[in-house]
Write a protein that binds this ligand. Structure first.
Ligand SMILES: Nc1ncnc2c1ncn2[C@@H]1O[C@H](COP(=O)(O)OP(=O)(O)OP(=O)(O)O)[C@@H](O)[C@H]1O
Ligand SMILES: [Mg+2]
Length: 270
């Protein structure tokens, strides 16, 4: 076996060399790796909360501008029709603002980290609220397809929201400027699961790259984009870990130049 070059030393390899000097047993190493993985998960949760908070702050500000502008319009135009319109726009925007803050508070308090019957349609809707502005900015048209009578899934809502955010941000980045994004929620054919599909019309993933995309630190991105997102290569590995811990499945279909569809499948809540 050839010696790895210093640049390609993986965290695990460096722990092996550490073991050589300290004499740690294999069992101790495995435990250390377990601890590091737990720490990494915690860090990822904190990082995605940070990302979510900054996205939500922008969104919130946007909503406030709508409220301010319509309040001004209502004051300037004293006729009933204009005032009614202004008030209903203000109400709509305020309801959206309330949804944004409640999503952040739920994530911050880790309220729904417990496995419980979770309405995935509502979760998708809450998540889309957070990304609306970003999708508009990159001229991504978003369509949702929610099948009638979709069952609740047995899931930790916070964690699934993290998965959705990762998939949606990947999709947005793959699209670049202008394209389509479809998010669908439906019962699975076997009647035992609920599925969420995120499909984009982006660049697609080459056949030879597909087996690597769930590996930690695999990324084809050179670093964070202008929105400050992406590039560590941990998004999909975190998604897989979360979905595995739900006894679910994540699968991908992709075609270069056409687009990519990720589907997550979660057990139905009985
Ligand atoms: N929807 C998609 N379309 C095209 N390529 C994708 C898509 N989703 C993921 N990929 C590919 O899989 C790689 C790994 O994705 P992953 O989300 O794990 O990491 P990342 O987006 O590069 O970085 P981050 O840790 O910030 O998420 C990406 O770099 C990209 O090459
Ligand atoms: Mg990603």
């Amino acid at each position: 076996m050839t010696q790895p070059t210093p640049q390609s030393v993986s965290p695990i390899t460096s722990h092996r060399s550490h073991a050589a000097t300290t004499g740690a047993s294999e069992a101790e190493l495995i435990e250390q790796i377990g601890q590091l993985k737990a720490q990494l998960r915690q860090n990822q949760a904190m990082a995605s909360l940070g990302e979510l908070t900054s996205t939500a702050t922008h969104e919130f500000n946007n909503v406030l501008m709508t409220v301010i502008n319509y309040a001004r319009l209502g004051i300037r135009n004293r006729d009933d029709a204009s005032r009614d319109k202004a008030l209903s726009k203000i109400l709509e925007a305020s309801e959206r603002a309330a949804r944004i803050t409640s999503t952040i508070l739920a994530q911050a308090r880790n309220r729904s980290d417990a496995m419980e019957p979770t309405d995935l349609v509502a979760l998708v809707q809450d998540t889309m609220v957070l990304l609306e502005r970003e999708m508009n900015k990159y001229r991504v048209s978003v369509a949702t397809e929610f099948a009638e009578g979709t069952a609740k899934a047995l899931a930790a809502g916070n964690q699934i929201q993290r998965v959705l955010l990762n998939l949606l941000i990947n999709a947005r980045q793959a699209i670049g400027e202008g394209g389509q994004l479809v998010v669908a929620v439906r019962n699975s054919d076997d009647g035992e699961h609920v599925e969420v599909m995120v499909r984009d019309s982006g660049c697609g993933i080459a056949q030879e790259t597909l087996p690597k995309i769930f590996q930690p630190f695999f990324s084809t991105k050179s670093g964070p984009d202008e929105s400050g997102k992406g590039g560590t290569g941990l998004g999909l590995s975190a998604c897989k870990e979360i979905i595995d811990s739900h006894n679910g499945k994540i699968r991908v279909e992709s075609s270069v130049g056409v687009g990519t569809a990720f589907t997550i499948r979660l057990p139905k809540a009985s």
